[in-house]
Design a binder for this molecule. Structure first.
Ligand code: NAD
Ligand code: DAU
Length: 334
């Protein structure tokens, strides 16, 4: 298969590109990526010289760029998105442009090219918050943030293109990912790097919000399973094996980095903050998928990856990131 992976220079996309090239010897991958603050060529350094890999710098809302990238591809896996909830609260516009309009442009191009398979990478956040039990694929869409609303908009368009035009499209909805190459605006890498530096770890509200943590490699194998075995027009949940309140996550990071709890700083809560996410993944498991990495093991591996890869994260903690940090947390990074 020749895959077009949009947003392939980001956190999950770059892990997926490595996963596919390592798992399927015959496959080829073309990445189309706008290289926003979150997209980095360095994330793909390991595959840069692979003859089965090609990179195109471009945006999914640019039809010409998409048409050029789609040439000869059998399938599209769309990771491209603005992905950070806090940034969507500050300024939603880019989220609408990429997550809704960009998805539409991609769908139109896929339809014109008669693509064999289209997989939309979506999120559990489209379901909103759940106090007890778990969301299934038939749970209603009820997004809370501009980010999750824009992702829900993308999902609705994908579903419409399947029903109206017969586009062979599928949607995956995953829970919170963590692991290597995670941009340090997100809770886990932010806390790991702050703990390394002996800086405060900011916890929103009471820290009792629960997330369903999924090691990124398990997400990649789940997407790959859906891509190859899923049924067209269907949605597949890909949830992590463990749930954990944020404050517990932060305490585990402190333990793994040899810091004490005096570094915890409770800060103003995120507006519209979803209390709990939880996914039932039986439908994806019925295709043969199973998460392999528990949270304790995955977090230990993640902390070790950041310990070993300072040359990856050090350049990020400058420029744009410092400005973002100052605006979001009202203080300088130590
Ligand atoms: P990320 O922010 O790390 O990466 C996004 C990538 O998309 C970057 O490489 C960026 O340059 C690229 N991009 C952004 N706008 C683009 C555009 N207009 N055209 C082309 N490329 C563009 O995000 P991530 O965490 O890797 O998430 C990837 C996908 O997975 C997103 O669709 C997100 O909604 C979804 N998702 C993420 C998680 C998670 O926990 N991170 C969980 C479930 C689903
Ligand atoms: O659930 C899947 C989603 O997970 C993806 O769709 C999103 O793209 C991804 O960013 C992630 O969203 P979250 O908002 O859950 O992730 P984040 O790492 O920003 O926050 C995780 C939890 O930690 C959340 O409850 C907010 C809290 N938090 C976050 C930050 C950045 C803090 O308490 N302090 C912080 O500084």
């Amino acid at each position: 298969m020749k895959l077009l992976v949009t947003g392939g220079a980001g956190f999950i996309g770059s892990n997926f590109v490595r996963y596919v090239l390592n798992t399927h010897a015959e496959d080829e991958v073309v990445v189309l990526d706008k290289l926003t603050y979150a997209g980095r060529r360095e994330n793909l350094a390991e595959v840069a010289e692979d003859p089965r890999f090609a990179f195109i710098h471009g945006a999914i809302e640019d039809r010409e760029a998409v048409d050029a990238a789609i040439e000869g591809c059998d399938a599209i896996v769309n990771f491209a998105a603005e992905s950070h909830v806090d940034r969507s609260i500050e300024d939603p516009e880019a989220f609408i442009t990429t997550d809704v309009i960009g998805t539409h442009v991609l769908l139109e191009a896929a339809r014109a090219a008669k693509i064999g398979r289209y997989v939309q990478i979506s999120t559990d956040e489209v379901y909103g918050s759940i106090d007890e039990g778990s969301f299934t694929e038939s749970s209603p869409i009820d997004p809370s943030s501009p980010y999750s609303a824009s992702k829900a908009g993308g999902d609705m368009l994908v579903q419409a293109y399947f029903r109206t035009y017969g586009l062979p499209a599928l949607i995956t909805r995953a829970s919170n990912n963590y692991g290597p190459f995670h941009y340090p605006e997100k809770l886990i890498p932010l806390c790991v790097l702050n703990a390394f530096a002996g800086d405060k770890l900011p916890v929103y509200g009471d820290g009792m919000q629960v997330r369903n943590w999924l090691y990124v490699e398990d997400h990649c194998s789940g997407i790959d399973t859906v891509l190859r075995k899923g049924a067209e027009g269907e949605v597949y949940n890909i949830g992590g094996p463990d749930e954990c309140p944020n404050i517990e996550v932060v305490k585990r990071v402190l333990e793994l980095t040899g810091r004490d709890e005096s570094l915890i700083e409770y800060v103003t809560d995120r507006p519209g903050h979803d209390r709990r996410y939880s996914l039932a993944s039986d439908k994806t498991m019925a295709l043969g998928w199973q998460a392999q990495t528990g949270f304790a093991e995955g977090l230990e591996r993640t902390v070790q990856w950041y310990r070993d890869n300072e040359d990856w994260w050090q350049p990020i903690r400058s420029g744009e990131y410092l400005e973002y940090y100052r605006q979001q947390y009202g203080r300088e990074l130590a």
